[in-house]
Write a protein that binds this ligand. Structure first.
Ligand SMILES: Nc1ncnc2c1ncn2[C@@H]1O[C@H](COP(=O)(O)OP(=O)(O)OP(=O)(O)O)[C@@H](O)[C@H]1O
Ligand SMILES: [Mg+2]
Length: 350
């Protein structure tokens, strides 16, 4: 690390970090289904809790697809007018603007192309996009559209409904959606958005422990035992991996202080938001789990005085949200590091 000034870890959201732990299997799986297109399914949906790495993952898929011959990828922000942004993204690609002009698609009303003599300007972005995609199809090009942080808002619904129409016309569009579990479920619940129905949600799994250990050992010159211990502390939670690296860099001689600052960062910037998204019942169940150190479902239910029938749906939902893990039979554990302590501190005891 001698001589380096830039801190290689960053706990900021939405930024591709220098020390990035790849997710090769998941990435290859998603990219291959798009590239091979044999399943007929052109939509993939990735979910994960806040800070699990959805934006970074989506960006890396987008970048890799962009490197494929004949693929174009557009990364869209659901807070904006995505139909317009998609048209702009296509026009921004090398040679495509000229291709659309040559195909006599007049995009001047959107400020995306020149006036074309004798051709009416397009005024409806959806109709314009259909023509643009038709042109791309004739050139055997395909377009991956990524909507990162999708929710049930009007911009997302408009875009997906348009894409669905394009897919029905066999225009070459593919969609990668990422979002929080509740948000994408609510989108999937929209009756008219049939292209989202029955698409299995792909959860972002924790980062690989060995790769995290390797990163800490290399960056801080640590022996593998110490680096492994640090990696385990993060539980593979992407933002915790960055935060622990960042605060360890800042407090190199004081590992305890690094852990305390990491905890503070997670609590203030991440867990408070996760907590505020949860229902009162989810919080009560989490309090029961935090109060049952062995994680046994039977003990948790006893503590909460809940029947199995009532407890199971809570358990399932909290697993899908990426907050608890239920991989071992009869046991649940917190997926996020130090979240149990956060729950104990923040749940108001009656
Ligand atoms: N594969 C990865 N390897 C290492 N760090 C990662 C990885 N993916 C994400 N991170 C780090 O984790 C943090 C959160 O990442 P990101 O912004 O992608 O999360 P998110 O799931 O999109 O969160 P939100 O739901 O709030 O949008 C960032 O600091 C980022 O640098
Ligand atoms: Mg994000």
């Amino acid at each position: 690390m001698a001589g380096k000034t830039k801190i290689p870890y960053t706990p900021d959201f939405g930024r591709v970090p220098d020390e990035m732990i790849p997710r090769p299997m998941l990435t290859a799986d998603i990219i291959n289904t798009f590239l091979n297109d044999t399943s007929g399914k052109r939509v993939r949906i990735v979910t994960g809790t806040r800070g699990s790495g959805k934006t970074v993952f989506a960006e890396s898929v987008c970048r890799q697809i962009q490197n494929e011959k004949s693929w174009i990828s557009a990364f869209l922000n659901p807070e904006r007018d995505m139909l317009r942004d998609l048209a702009a993204a296509l026009c921004g690609r090398k040679n495509l603007k000229e291709m659309f002009t040559a195909a006599k698609i007049n995009l001047s009303a959107f400020g995306l192309g020149p006036q074309i003599k004798g051709v009416q300007p397009e005024t409806d972005p959806e109709a314009a996009l259909a023509k643009m995609l038709g042109t791309l199809k004739r050139r055997r090009k395909k377009v991956l559209i990524t909507v990162d942080g999708a929710s049930n808002n009007s911009s997302t619904k408009l875009l997906i409904s348009a894409l669905q129409g394009f897919m029905q016309k066999d225009l070459p569009v593919y969609l990668l959606l990422t979002g929080l579990y509740d948000h994408v479920r609510s989108l999937q619940g929209q009756e008219t958005l049939t292209c989202l129905h029955h698409i299995p949600l792909i959860p972002l799994t924790p980062l690989n422990t060995g790769r995290m250990e390797e990163s800490y050992a290399r960056v801080f010159g640590l022996d593998s035992g110490t680096a492994l211990e640090m990696a385990r502390q993060t539980k593979g939670y992407a933002v915790a991996f960055q935060a622990l690296g960042y605060f360890t860099w800042k407090n190199r001689k004081e590992p305890e202080r690094a852990v305390a600052e990491t905890r503070q960062y997670l609590e203030e910037y991440v867990y408070e938001r996760i907590w505020s998204d949860l229902s009162a019942e989810d919080r009560r169940v989490l309090y029961g789990i935090a109060n049952t150190p062995d994680g046994s479902v039977a003990s948790i239910r006893e503590y909460l005085q809940e029947s199995s029938n009532r407890f199971t749906p809570y358990r399932t939902r909290l697993i899908r949200k990426g907050i608890i893990n239920g991989d071992s039979y009869g046991v649940v554990r917190f997926e996020l590091p130090l979240f149990d302590e956060f729950v104990l501190k923040n749940y108001p005891p009656e």
